[in-house]
Design a binder for this molecule. Structure first.
Ligand code: IMP
Ligand code: MG
Length: 196
């Protein structure tokens, strides 16, 4: 019998630390947007867990919308091609937007998304990323809100997947090395052709 936790090498951020940090981010965003209308945009699918908790820590009237994006490329080095699978339901012109992401790695997904959203003339756009890896060199996007800076390892849980599994772990864990090597998506774990 395979257990959900079998793929976890170690726990990087436990449930209590996650929830505490999400509450801090929610308080920060609440203070910053006190007098502005706020639209949270989540990037499917990884961000929905973070979004659900974060939004409940924001004590302002605010709205939520989602986009689904797919990135293509060979292995972990992306070609830079990003495609919108599901667009926003609402226009964002003159809105104050905060993009909510699970993790910023190369920054490629977000730099594309930023350019795309800015072309729709919102009043402002900021990024709130639960996790960032230090190695995001190529497309250095400015993240206004960051939950945790983590080492350059492949992480799972709290929305983050490995081949679509493990999103339902309540913490952030490091994926077992041997699974990365053996998995059929082994060389393409950062770039699955389905929504992130
Ligand atoms: P970027 O375009 O390189 O910044 O990649 C961002 C996307 O890659 C995230 O939204 C995730 O879907 C995926 N990703 C990057 N690193 C990890 C990881 O450590 N675990 C799970 N997914 C990851
Ligand atoms: Mg993914």
């Amino acid at each position: 019998m395979t257990e959900l936790t079998d793929g976890v090498e170690e726990i990087l951020v436990d449930e209590a630390a996650l929830q505490a940090r999400v509450a801090e981010l929610g308080a920060e965003i609440s203070a910053d947007y006190r007098d502005r209308d706020l639209l949270l945009i989540g990037v499917l699918k990884g961000a929905i867990f973070f979004m659900a908790d974060l939004m409940r820590q924001i004590d302002l009237p605010c709205e939520v919308d989602f986009m689904a994006i797919s990135s293509y490329g060979a292995g972990v080095d992306s070609s830079g091609v990003v495609r919108i699978l599901k667009d926003l339901d609402m226009p964002i012109e003159n809105r104050n937007v905060v993009i909510v992401e699970d993790i910023v790695d190369s920054g490629l997904t977000l730099s594309y998304l930023l350019r795309n959203l800015e072309a729709r003339h919102p009043a402002s756009v900021e990024i709130c990323a639960l996790l960032t890896k230090p190695d995001r060199r190529e497309n250095d996007v400015e993240c206004r809100y960051v939950g945790f800076e983590i080492p350059n390892r492949f992480v799972i849980g709290y929305g983050l997947d490995f081949a679509e599994r493990y999103r339902n772990l309540p913490y952030i864990g490091v994926l077992r090395e041997d699974l990365i090597a053996d998995g059929e998506n082994g060389q393409d774990i950062h770039r699955s052709p389905v929504a992130e």
